[in-house]
Design a binder for this molecule. Structure first.
Ligand code: CTP
Ligand code: MG
Length: 230
């Protein structure tokens, strides 16, 4: 069978602000989430998506398919990791324990096909899986409690974790459960996998695989979209 995507979309967008959660803000006549789902489901390897919604979500357009592929929904939790766990649990039985599953933030609408190609090719050849990541371009400082600079972190080996992240259904579920049971809320899947000693691959992706966190990020996406349509 094909690959399922779990799309966490249950956040409240506190850093973005406003009344409408950012994943539902309109961009070029569609909610942001539509751009994200299209970028995923347009890929021939993708079979369907499980979109994880906030309890009581009043904005979900009640899609049952998108781009001709099934879209299912389930209810998420308080932290992103809780939402991803809920999404993994809600996948149909046809998705087997050792099948790979793709996890991709609803708030990342600008995924490039060639990045998804690279992630799938290299991740599916890896025993554990892989994530998209981008090299850090800034000079990074470690601060002391007093705000003084203690050290400069060499950036040569530092990467920004992006999504999608590709892992096997059961191994990822177990890793997220272990983090939860330890009282840790991992901010991405690979963080939970690392804790279990599972060493995933970094696959370099484009810098413009942006996560809409603030209004400036949304303006960036609108700019990229307009450029693409020129
Ligand atoms: N997410 C989720 N469930 C949560 C928290 C986040 O499904 N409990 C999702 C968001 O909807 C988003 C992705 O995880 O698509 C990345 O999270 P983030 O950018 O932090 O979004 P929010 O948590 O909504 O924003 P903020 O942290 O500013 O409140
Ligand atoms: Mg958040």
């Amino acid at each position: 069978g094909g690959l399922w995507a779990v799309v966490p979309a249950a956040g409240r967008g506190m850093r973005f602000g406003g009344d409408t959660p950012k994943q539902y803000l309109e961009v070029a006549g569609e909610p942001l989430l539509a751009h994200t789902l299209r970028a995923l489901l347009a890929h021939p390897a993708l079979e369907a998506a499980m979109v994880v919604l906030a309890d009581g979500d009043a904005h979900w357009p009640d899609w049952h398919d998108f781009h001709g592929k099934p879209v299912l929904t389930c209810i998420g939790g308080a932290q992103r990791a809780d939402s991803v766990l809920a999404g993994l649990a809600a996948l149909p039985d046809g998705v087997r324990a050792d099948d790979f599953v793709l996890v991709h933030d609803a708030a990342r609408p600008n995924l490039r096909k060639q990045d998804l190609d690279a992630l799938l090719e290299r991740g599916r050849a890896d025993p554990v899986g892989a994530i998209l990541a981008a090299p850090v371009r800034d000079t990074l400082k470690r601060a002391g409690d007093d705000g003084g600079i203690d050290a400069t972190a060499p950036r040569e080996r530092l990467w920004r974790a992006l999504t999608p992240q590709l892992f096997r259904r059961l191994q990822l579920t177990r890793a997220l459960e272990a983090a939860r049971d330890a009282g840790i809320a991992p901010t991405d899947e690979s963080m939970a996998m690392e804790r279990q000693g599972h060493r995933a691959l970094l696959v370099e992706g484009a810098d413009d695989n942006l996560k809409v966190t603030t209004p400036a990020d949304l303006a960036w996406f609108e700019y990229l979209l307009a450029q693409r349509r020129e």
